[in-house]
Design a protein around this ligand. Structure first.
Ligand code: NI
Length: 431
């Protein structure tokens, strides 16, 4: 998936300031505590408790119970200014962990197999740091600890609960630890980063009968096989080849015995694309194809089609801000890459529909330590050494966006206002 031709540099931590490096043992401890007690979407009670306890201990004003189990922390700077939100997801997956590590999941059948335990730990580190550096930034930082990213989705209910208002959020940033990138590399790009996620389930209704007498039947398996093939023509023949899309049938069930023609068949699939102009299009084509094939065989069908997450689209100005911060943190241009698009989906996309922002990847794989399993795998794990790199990234984004310290240190050419209002497409995309 990653097409970068440059050899990855060894992780360079020289851009991480000493005070943040010192947080590393604490970050690892939080991450492991969360990893041991993973919770599914909207059930993140223990996770929310840990977050709330820590925020309270640092005197940070926060609101628990937002969109059920979400927590919103508000950290004001030393003077008025822009409002930057940082989003961290909190939930785990219904997977039985197969890692044999001291911090392995203690909750049967539930596992942090995507790294959201790391995201929460990083956000706690940012909160702790900012709470003792309020004099170093203007404006306000809101940290959104979001439930249920893996489904059914916590971003939308958080927005509905008003997390982007009072004070009104000017921009939002977030990160995903990413085993598809080498350790310490930062993947950031302007425009589409992750895909829209749509799902469907079709029930094909034929007419069963004897395996030796097909003329008396409508074979649901033959009909389904033609549908599966025909659905692939949407991407191959309907979509502009310059654009990207995927149609996958992940489940197909039919039949009960070798000599019986199946009465019905069920199939389930997913659709992915980057271009928002495709909204509504795939649902329509999927139904046209299923209806057409069924009709030609005298079968009928039932179809359910859902649109889950829109494409995740980064704002050009905010992507440039994150990219410039990343260059400071990793201190080598080869460590910051735009080749990081993925057809995976993320409900961070809903926040980015509301306010300009940037979601980016932080490379977390380390094959030398056996930490290179893909996300959502029962042996997924990541190299914890990148946790403090995540904190440094966010803290520097705050300083650059909200000015203050960055101004004093660099002589201050960057205006927070000009970044916040930079028109889309104004800055050069990072590739
Ligand atoms: Ni994830």
């Amino acid at each position: 998936m990653i097409s970068a031709s440059v050899t990855p540099p060894a992780i360079d931590l020289s851009g991480v300031r000493l005070e943040i490096r010192a947080l590393q043992p604490q970050l690892v401890e939080w991450r492991r505590r969360l990893h041991q007690r993973p919770e599914l979407g909207f059930k993140e009670q223990l996770t929310a408790q840990l977050i709330s306890q820590q925020l309270t201990s640092w005197g940070i004003e926060h609101l628990p119970g937002v969109a059920e189990t979400g927590v919103v922390a508000t950290i004001p700077g030393s003077k008025p200014g822009p409002v930057l939100a940082i989003r961290a997801d909190m939930d785990a997956l219904p997977i039985q962990e197969l890692n044999d590590v001291p911090y392995r999941s203690q909750h049967d059948g539930v596992m942090h197999a995507c790294g959201h335990d790391g995201h929460t730990a990083i956000a706690l580190g940012v909160a702790k740091y900012l709470a003792s550096h309020q004099q170093d930034f203007a404006g306000t930082v809101k940290i959104l600890f979001q439930p249920a990213e893996e489904g059914p989705g916590g971003a939308k209910p958080m927005i509905a609960a008003g997390v982007l208002a009072n004070p009104e959020v000017d921009a939002i940033i977030g990160l995903h630890l990413w085993n598809n990138l080498p350790l310490g590399r930062i993947g950031v790009r302007s425009g589409p980063l992750m895909a829209a996620v749509e799902m469907f389930e079709a029930h094909i209704l034929g007419k069963g009968g004897h395996g030796a007498m097909p003329h008396q039947t409508i074979d649901a398996i033959v009909v389904s096989a033609q549908i599966v093939n025909a659905l692939q023509t949407i991407v191959a023949r309907n979509v502009d080849p310059i654009k990207s899309a995927v149609v996958t049938i992940g489940e197909l069930y039919a039949g009960t015995a070798k000599n019986i023609i199946a009465d019905t068949a069920r199939m389930k699939g997913t659709v992915r694309y980057f271009d928002p102009a495709f909204e509504g299009y795939f649902g329509q084509r999927v139904e046209q194809i299923i209806a057409g094939v069924c009709q030609s065989h005298g079968a009928s069908y039932e179809l359910n089609y859902w649109s889950f997450y829109p494409p995740l689209i980064n704002d050009a100005g905010m992507a440039e801000l994150v990219r410039s911060v990343a260059l400071d943190v990793v201190e080598t241009p080869a460590g910051v890459v735009p080749e990081c698009q993925t057809m995976g989906g993320e409900d961070m996309a809903f926040f980015l529909q509301q306010v300009p922002g940037c979601y980016f990847f932080l490379g977390s794989a380390n094959p030398d330590k056996g930490l290179a399993y893909p996300h959502h795998h029962p042996r997924f794990d990541f190299d914890e050494i990148v946790l403090h790199v995540g904190v440094e990234m966010f803290v520097r984004c705050v300083e650059k966006f909200c000015v203050g310290r960055a101004d004093r240190l660099s002589g201050g050419s960057l205006s927070a206002h000009s970044m916040a209002t930079m028109p889309k497409g104004n800055s050069k995309p990072s590739q």
